[in-house]
Design a protein. Structure first.
Length: 298
């Protein structure tokens, strides 16, 4: 069993590919998932839960780092299959789960060719949502807790969760995508909310929590939080600098996406088109951020 599997990481097989997107199962007195993968891979997550002895009716909570489709889409479908589960999510995002139409149409636009891998989201009944804010803590029993830390930058309503006593930090997308096999990070900078300064401030705040282990739904774990945060900061600055280096008038997501794609090492033929699609989404988010930034500074 790999390190990440031993920490409950269930591989969703996003886009049919291994080690791209997952959901973390914390099993015990309280059973919870942290993130859920997209709606289209729910059966894979349910099988992963069953393999670890947690049936659909045993699931108590689905804790969402944020409400993007590849983290929260599955949760909306899982609620129908897991009658006792409730969704824990940023209080300000809760209304989007109850009425996801706007989220779905904006995601379809920004995801383009890779939208089908992200599936959809069903409306979540309000009584099954637990809205949270910074500092929210859950008692998991047996002396274990998780605490929510607001970590905006990737999206405004993004949280990371610190599990005690082991100091496991569930990062969501706040530190980008981590390719564990290559110890490589590429930032996740989608429209409409990516913000460079907030991303860096959140990364530094998370490092101050002194995590023993970082856990990434995209995909794996690292025990060297200082090195990961330093690499994230370099990489997210680089994404913005690459955009700033493109001649005015040639500022297209396609052009920036190609530059970001050149950076990523060791992709397989099967991964390349999917990662290219994700990087085009990231490129659009960086350009959107620059447009906002320049509008407020000019
Ligand atoms: Zn996201």
């Amino acid at each position: 069993m790999s390190d990440s599997e031993s920490y409950g990481l269930i591989d969703c097989m996003f886009a049919g590919l291994p080690r791209q997107c997952g959901a973390f199962l914390l099993a015990g007195e309280t059973n919870l998932l942290i993130d859920s993968g997209p709606s289209v891979t729910v059966d894979t997550v349910l099988r992963g839960m069953e393999a670890r002895g947690v049936g659909p009716e045993d699931l108590d909570y689905i804790v969402l780092t944020h409400f993007h489709l590849d983290h929260a889409g599955g949760a909306s479908v899982l609620l129908e299959k897991c009658p006792n589960a409730r969704i824990v999510v940023d209080g300000r995002s809760a209304k989007y789960l109850a009425d996801p139409e706007r989220l779905i149409s904006s995601a379809a636009k920004s995801l383009g060719e890779i939208a089908s891998h992200y599936g959809t989201m069903l409306p979540v009944p309000g009584e099954r949502i637990v809205p949270i804010a910074d500092g929210f803590q859950m008692d998991l029993g047996s002396g274990r807790t998780i605490t929510a830390y607001h970590a905006p930058g990737h999206s405004g309503g993004h949280y990371a969760f610190l599990a005690l006593p082991d100091r496991l930090l569930y990062c969501g997308d706040s530190l980008g995508h981590y390719v564990e096999e290559r110890d490589y990070i590429y930032p996740a900078t989608p429209t409409p909310e990516f913000d460079l300064d907030k991303s860096i401030a959140s990364a530094r705040r998370l490092l101050e929590l002194e995590p023993e282990l970082l856990l990434f739904p995209h995909f794996g774990t690292s025990r060297d939080a200082a090195a990961v945060v330093a690499q994230f900061e370099r990489q997210v600055r680089r994404s913005v600098e690459l955009a700033e280096g493109i001649a005015p008038g040639e500022h297209t997501a396609e052009k920036l996406g190609a530059l970001l794609f050149e950076d990523v090492p060791g992709l397989t033929d099967a991964e390349a088109p999917v990662i290219r699609g994700i990087l085009d989404v990231n490129a659009a988010g960086v350009l959107h951020y620059l447009g906002r930034r320049d509008a407020t500074t000019s």
